[in-house]
Each structure stands twice: as structure tokens, then as C-alpha cells.
Design a protein around this ligand. Structure first.
Ligand code: SAH
Length: 238
């Protein structure tokens, strides 16, 4: 079981998407436990502020380090669990499938969600948060990013997916994007009367030809859409 602790100013955004489908089932079955810690409970002064203006000027508000520390101390018991602390930020290292696999083996994940301009850097450095980004774009807050990270991570825990073998061939598992899929009807007639068949090999029943076709399509797609990933694949083979 993974204990997930989320430090956020918007606890009502959880479990959000994690309450549904496979994640909802995993949550009910205690494959992971989700606890939210409301940063506003640790706000200072009589206004219970959690953020303040940036030193040096500029727009927006920054989450205060003392507030983050108090919130963290309320949940972190520092006993010898396999635990990590993550601050979600566009200026962190880019999340990938390999990293999700590492996170899926931990006992505890503590996630700090930022809002507005971000978090005081001292809180990140001193309290030992690893900075992780979910992609090269900017969201308004870390809450959705936390759900993205957790969904990607939890589906890797044994027992969560109905067909665990789907993890073996899926996109990124070996620096390739997955091959295209087809299902019934075999001949699909669209609303304009055009007919579209599925690639013949897939209905041939010839397993080694199907395997080869899928491998070729995977390579073709990766070269076209993600040349960066394909060059990693080539380096791996060298
Ligand atoms: N001023 C920051 C952006 C802040 S966005 C910058 O330029 O880097 C506000 C919050 O949204 C961040 O603190 C972070 O928690 C979250 N966030 C936004 N984009 C994200 C991304 N790509 N990955 C992870 N978290 C993100």
C-alpha cells in the first residue's frame, strides 16, 4: 500500500479523478491511501495567510516556507519508510514512465501542490522536496498535476490493472510508442457510406506476422512522431 499525503490549499480537489474507474477501485481496496493536508490550517497571523509577495518584486504570490514546514511536520513522521517528497513545478525534472515505476514501489509519497507564482525556494531545498514537472507547459496549480502523477504511478502497482500484461508492450515501455489498435466491426461503414477495413494481417490468425507488423508500426510511429524517443531506442541498442 502507498500512503499518499497531499499538501494543498485546495483539499476539496481530491480525490477528484482518483475516485473513479480503476483508481477508485484501488482506493476502495486500500492499494493506496490518500490524505490531504490543508495548507490554510497552517496559515500565519489572524488572516491565516499562506503566501506573500515575492522579494525582488514581480507579479503573483509565493507560498511561505514556514507554512509549508508546519504542514509537512503535521504528517511526516520520519520513520524508516521508503518515502519521497515531491514539489510539482514546471521547472522540475520531467516526469517519465521510468520515474513512475520507481514511485510505484514506495511506501509513502508526500506531494506539495503550488498555486499562483509558486513556492519559496528555501522550503523546497531545506525540507528536501524533489522538483518534478508533468510536462513543458504551465498549469494554474499542482492539484491536477498531482492526480496525473498518482494515476500514472498507481496503475503500475500489481493488482490494479485487470490485464497486467498490458504494461509490457505499452508506450514508453521500451522507448517506443505503442502500435495502433483496431476492433469490431471488421468493416466499418461511416455515415457517408465509406467503408474501412482493418489491416489484413490482424485477422490472419498468424501470430508471428502480427507481432512483426505491430513492431514495425511501433517503430514507424515513433520515428515520425517522437524522433527524440527513437534516438534513445537506437542508443540503447548500441
Ligand atoms: N511561476 C511558475 C509557474 C507557477 S504555476 C513558473 O514559471 O515556473 C502554479 C503552480 O502550478 C506551480 O507551483 C505548480 O505546483 C503547478 N504547476 C504548473 N505547471 C506545472 C507542471 N507543468 N508540472 C507540475 N506542476 C505544475
Amino acid at each position: 500500500m502507498i500512503n499518499v499525503k497531499i499538501l494543498t490549499g485546495y483539499p476539496e480537489m481530491f480525490p477528484g479523478g482518483l475516485a473513479h474507474s480503476l483508481m477508485g477501485k484501488a482506493l476502495k481496496e486500500n492499494i493506496f491511501k490518500l490524505e490531504t493536508i490543508n495548507l490554510h490550517d497552517f496559515g500565519i497571523d489572524n488572516r491565516k495567510s499562506v503566501d506573500d509577495e515575492p522579494f525582488g518584486g514581480g507579479p503573483g504570490m509565493i507560498l511561505r516556507p514556514d507554512v509549508v514546514e508546519k504542514a509537512l511536520l503535521s504528517v511526516s513522521n520520519n520513520i524508516n519508510t521508503k518515502s519521497t517528497k515531491i514539489y510539482l513545478t514546471p521547472s522540475g525534472s520531467l516526469l517519465n514512465q521510468k520515474k513512475l515505476g520507481i514511485l510505484a514501489k514506495l511506501d509513502e509519497i508526500i506531494i506539495l501542490c503550488g498555486r499562483f507564482e509558486g513556492v519559496d525556494q528555501r522550503a523546497i531545498d531545506v525540507l528536501g522536496f524533489e522538483e518534478v514537472s508533468i510536462g513543458d507547459y504551465v498549469l494554474a496549480g499542482g492539484e491536477i498535476a498531482a492526480q496525473v502523477l498518482l494515476e500514472g504511478c498507481i496503475r503500475l502497482i500489481p493488482g490494479v490493472l485487470g490485464h497486467p500484461e498490458s504494461l509490457l508492450e505499452e508506450s514508453f515501455s521500451n522507448n517506443l510508442l505503442e502500435y495502433p489498435h483496431y476492433t469490431r466491426p471488421k468493416i466499418w461503414e461511416d455515415s457517408l457510406g465509406n467503408k474501412y477495413d482493418v489491416p489484413e494481417v490482424l485477422t490472419s490468425g498468424h501470430h508471428s506476422n502480427i507481432k512483426k507488423w505491430r513492431q514495425d508500426k511501433s517503430v514507424e510511429k515513433t520515428k515520425k512522431i517522437r524522433p527524440d524517443l527513437y534516438s534513445k531506442k537506437e542508443q540503447e541498442q548500441d
